[in-house]
Design a protein around this ligand. Sequence first.
Ligand code: PGA
Length: 261
Amino acid sequence: MGKKLIIANWKMNLTVNEASLYVHKLDKLAGKLKHTEVVLAPTMLALQPLNMQVQHHHFNLAAQNFYWRDRGAYTGEVSAAQLRGVVRYGIVGHSERRHIFAERSKDIRSKVQAAVRNNIVPVLCIGETAQERADKETSDVIRDQLVGGLANITSVEVGQIVIAYEPVWSIGTGKFASPRDVERAVKYIRLQVEHLFGKVASEKVRVLYGGSVNPDNAVTYLRIPGVDGLLIGESSLDVYAFANVIKKCETTFSTSAKKGK
Ligand code: PGA
């Protein structure tokens, strides 16, 4: 079994100093990690200074966003080419980018491709809104967002990326998706990846769950078959809560490893 991947998405929170202090504390609280890969997605400003700091602590960094062209006259943008070597992961298509900043399928697939081209693992976020869920369109939305997001990359590349299933109605709302619904969605994601890119890609691709994850429900989501990790917003802002999630992940999976599960 591979390590569980736990990503903290701090969104537009924490200053560079606060972020640095957080990393220092997290290292002390989390201890040595065997079963968990921890990734932090701070403000773009903190990526460079934190890069040196996290290397000592074996955490990885993710960009919350980037532009898909490598260079040029794009005032205010940062490219995946500029982030190359600074981050291991790049979040793409987060629902806040889709809904607040009007990112379209076309932008999202170009970003996925730009990440891959620049040696950054894209974390493609997909998920249905409350209205789409009420209209029983969850599967259609998942399929459309996968087809739209992955159109520019090969099956070998798909096997190396991360997909985060994040029902939009659950993000930052405290409304929990039921484990049954998450299991069903994750299964459907792998099935679609298999249809589009083959069995190897569908088995290799890592699928995360995100949406109101906290220290109390994290293990429930982590235990769902097919779930390789978590993408956490709100609860990751509190270093104690985030460290708690990591510690719970470590204990859960060290026990499973001992039992040979
Ligand atoms: P949340 O956010 O944990 O605050 O629901 C998740 C996300 O936006 O990725």
